[in-house]
Design a protein around this ligand. Structure first.
Ligand code: RAM
Length: 393
């Protein structure tokens, strides 16, 4: 995994690298209708023939919009047409229906973040037979049909860091300036003799591949002996389907039950809903997870001098979402021009784009029978850098 960590560091934007100089360590995260259509094109026709489609889990999610921003910018720079096509609902059926329409319209490629790991085979086979390149991003598609999966960061790291952050936050400990949350957790728990800490998860849908991979990694982290007898190995899980109303209902259930110390929400929709709920109810339950600084500013500290624990979410993580979308565009184009086939060891170059350095991305065995390329690394947003990020992400 070391090798991939090196590669992904290169994928960071220069501004991220500059901010990451604060509190960074090598093994820890750095600080730092049928849906809408949004078309950008080198040409002007409304036809989708030959277009490069980006499909997120559903519309109305800023995370998806930001990934498309990077995807579109990359395609546009090559004079190609990029189209954003996501269903209104985060369901497999809604995506399948849209995919079917896109095949009929003879699109050139589909880059997708899936809502589940079953139910796509027939439509993906149809797309593949029609010569349409399929790349997955964020939430993986079946290895039988995708060229590769563009992974935001190592899922094991994401799961482990989220558990470490939730335990530190429960204990009232600020994000450590050296970035080494595991060392801080180990020290803090060694002298902890209070009640067993209980963590909750407010996820997307029960079937979403990406969130489930992170939850599985959280459960692995909790098996580490540093947590034994101090933090419950059982996570209380609730699902808000990446819908603001449903996520709010689930966050309210956490408050009413009052059984968990900290909620981890590994979805930008869920964490914002939980932030609002915990703030407005005045609950003592704390929050961390994966969030966009622009959506989380009311629930987080904004200056280094702030008391982080006066906010419901003292710190959280994410990665460079815009760059992630651009990497998927580069992967798709390298596949189409024949220089990349997604096999282990095959790679594609991504030339300098915006403020990002030129980088090579290499496909590696993803453990699900297919490959992935690693586009980024988790980045921690906390009182020391939130002010820099609220307008950027
Ligand atoms: C949400 C989506 C996405 C996830 C991010 C962190 O917007 O659920 O799948 O990766 O949050």
């Amino acid at each position: 995994m070391k090798k991939f960590k090196k590669l992904l560091a290169l994928g960071l934007s220069i501004s991220m690298i500059a901010s990451a100089l604060v509190g960074c360590s090598t093994s820890q995260p750095t600080t730092g209708g049928t849906g809408t259509e949004n078309t950008s094109t080198g040409g002007s026709s409304d036809s989708l023939e030959g277009a490069h489609v980006f499909m997120f889990k559903s519309t109305g999610n800023t995370f998806g919009d930001l990934m498309f921003e990077g995807f579109e910018e990359y395609m546009k720079a090559k004079g190609l047409k990029a189209v954003y096509k996501s269903p209104a609902e985060t369901t497999v059926a809604a995506q399948v229906q849209l995919l079917d329409e896109l095949i009929t319209q003879k699109v050139a490629s589909i880059t997708i973040s899936t809502n589940g790991d079953a139910g796509y085979d027939e439509v993906f086979k149809k797309a593949k037979d029609a010569g349409i390149t399929i790349t997955s991003i964020d939430s993986a598609a079946s290895p039988d049909y995708r060229t590769t999966h563009v992974n935001q960061a190592d899922p094991n790291d994401i799961g482990a860091y989220l558990v470490q952050a939730a335990v530190l936050i429960t204990l009232g400990i600020d994000y450590p300036e050296d970035g080494d949350m595991k060392a801080a957790v180990t020290t803090a728990l060694s002298s902890y003799s209070g009640d067993e800490i209980v963590l909750g998860v407010l996820s997307a849908s029960i079937d979403t591949p990406v969130q489930n991979s992170w939850i599985a990694a959280m459960e692995v982290e909790l098996k580490d002996s540093v947590y034994t007898g101090k933090v419950s190995p059982t996570i209380d899980k609730k699902y808000g389907n990446d819908d603001l109303t449903e996520s709010t209902t689930q966050a309210q259930a956490f408050v009413a039950e009052n059984k968990v110390n900290c909620i981890i929400s590994p979805t930008t929709v869920g964490i914002a809903a939980a932030g609002q709920t915990l703030k407005s109810t005045g609950s003592k339950i704390k929050l961390t997870g994966l969030g966009l600084p622009s959506e989380m500013q009311s629930f987080m500290p904004s200056a280094a001098s702030d008391d982080a624990f006066a906010s419901v979410c003292p710190y959280m993580m994410l990665w460079d979402v815009i760059h992630l979308g651009a990497v998927s565009a580069a992967s798709t184009l390298a596949t189409i021009n024949g220089s990349f086939d997604g096999a282990v060891g095959s790679s594609f170059q991504m030339e300098a784009f915006r403020e990002y350095p030129a980088t090579t991305y290499e496909a590696y065995d993803n453990g699900d029978g297919g490959t992935a390329v690693l586009a980024g690394t988790p980045y921690v947003f906390y009182k020391g850098n939130m002010a820099d990020w609220v307008k950027k992400l």
